[in-house]
Write a protein that binds this ligand. Structure first.
Ligand code: S3P
Length: 198
């Protein structure tokens, strides 16, 4: 094989926010991005734009497996776009994105750090009770069961930040700990990491 020099991938800071429904991914993500002057991408919004229908409509018409497929495609596309456009990006995942098989490994291999926004179940419940548009929020019992089932996945995130309080406090905590703000590949080397508690 003739030797084409390997061009290192540009070090674009990209940070993903993971966490259960109601954990504040979109609200915190938008505020954090604004503060840093980075682009904010909401994966759920990308899915709705790509499909031309709302998420509840998508679940109803095509079912969850098709939703997960589109979600994975849009995740790849969002990361690809950030790198291509050299745009520092905060990417809010959907509540189930990081809990899908292979997702934590995919993001780790891509060198994208993930922050788990972790709020108390009562807080999550109260936030979701008052909002529509979440096909996987049916009733309290199934909500709690899904949360329990997904905890093991969220625990694989690089960072855990308590998001039971208001969004401004969560953003302040992320900034205080220096989690965002340096190129993804430099994070491990430069930061004092607080690993999720097992
Ligand atoms: C989902 C959470 C939703 C959305 C979809 C599925 C889930 O995102 O992606 O309804 O599996 O928990 P939010 O966490 O932003 O509500």
């Amino acid at each position: 094989m003739n030797s084409i020099p390997r061009v290192p991938l540009p070090r674009i800071p990209i940070v993903c926010l993971a966490g259960f429904m109601g954990s504040g991914k979109s609200t915190v993500g938008a505020r954090l991005a604004q503060h840093l002057g980075w682009r904010f991408v909401d994966l759920d919004e990308r899915i709705e734009a790509a499909s031309g229908i709302t998420i509840p409509q998508f679940f109803e018409r095509h079912g969850e497996p098709a939703f997960r497929q589109l979600e994975a495609d849009e995740l790849r596309a969002a990361l690809g776009r950030a790198v291509e456009q050299k745009e520092p990006t905060i990417l809010a995942l959907g509540g189930g994105t990081y809990a899908q098989p292979g997702a934590p490994e995919f993001l780790r291999n891509a060198g994208v750090p993930v922050i788990w926004l972790d709020a108390r179940i009562e807080v999550l419940l109260s936030r979701c009770m008052t909002m529509t548009g979440r096909p996987l929020f049916r009733d309290e019992a199934s909500f709690r069961a899904l949360h329990t089932q997904r905890i093991v996945s969220y625990q694989l995130a690089d960072f855990r930040v308590d998001s039971s309080g208001d969004a401004a406090a969560v953003v302040a905590e992320i900034l205080r700990r220096g989690i965002a703000g340096v190129p993804a590949a430099d994070l491990e080397a430069h930061l004092e990491l607080e690993k999720p508690k097992p």
